[in-house]
Design a protein around this ligand. Structure first.
Ligand code: COA
Length: 159
């Protein structure tokens, strides 16, 4: 039977002790995974918000945002393969969008691989729209892949 993630299962701040678990999720899900040092740098940066979604307090997903002035940038998000397609990423992002709105942020930006249709569907579901393309932004095998730039306007305003 597929275990459900109950609404009470946690979203909390990422801690240094979580980095090994987060790195395992990253390595299992990303084509060009971030290093342990990268995650540690994020944790020590006051402008970054690093969160994990947990089941029995074990991280099963993470979200990393930077917040500068009225802009939030989604820098990384991943869900462990065994826990995908249960609404965890949607919940992490929805909570981040609600918090950004509450803090009077006006826009959330992110980049996503052109081929990553599942992530793009997730973002569109949450109100993101495509606003540009960065050519050859990501490494892919021997070559490169475009990034689709997406934005979610929080207050109906224009940047
Ligand atoms: C993209 C990712 C974060 C989604 O996490 P998730 O917890 O499985 O997503 P959710 O269950 O919250 O899905 C929300 C919506 O996203 C879309 N979606 C998610 N996974 C999908 C898939 N494999 N195929 C198609 N659509 C998908 C669907 O619209 C889904 O809504 P639905 O289940 O009601 O149809 C996850 O697949 C992942 O970690 N991928 C590898 C890392 C990655 O690509 N990160 C994004 C980098 S920009």
């Amino acid at each position: 039977m597929v275990a459900k993630v109950a609404p009470g299962d946690g979203i909390r701040a990422m801690e240094l002790e979580d980095v090994d678990a987060v790195l395992a999720i990253e390595s299992a899900t990303q084509l060009t995974p971030w290093s342990s040092a990268h995650f540690r740098d994020c944790l020590s940066n006051a402008n970054y918000l690093c969160q994990v979604a947990t089941v029995d307090d074990d991280p099963v997903a993470f979200l990393i945002l930077s917040r500068i002035l009225d802009e939030t940038h989604v820098l990384n998000i991943a869900v462990a393969p065994a826990w995908q397609r249960r609404g965890i990423a949607r919940r992490l992002l929805q909570q981040a969008l609600d918090a950004a709105r509450a803090d009077a942020m006006t826009v959330v930006y992110l980049e996503v691989r052109e081929s990553n249709q599942s992530a793009q569907a997730l973002y569109r579901q949450l109100g993101f729209e495509t606003c540009g393309v960065r050519k050859n932004y990501y490494r892919k095998g021997e070559g490169h892949e475009n990034a689709v730039l997406m934005q979610c306007l929080l207050s109906g305003g224009h940047k």
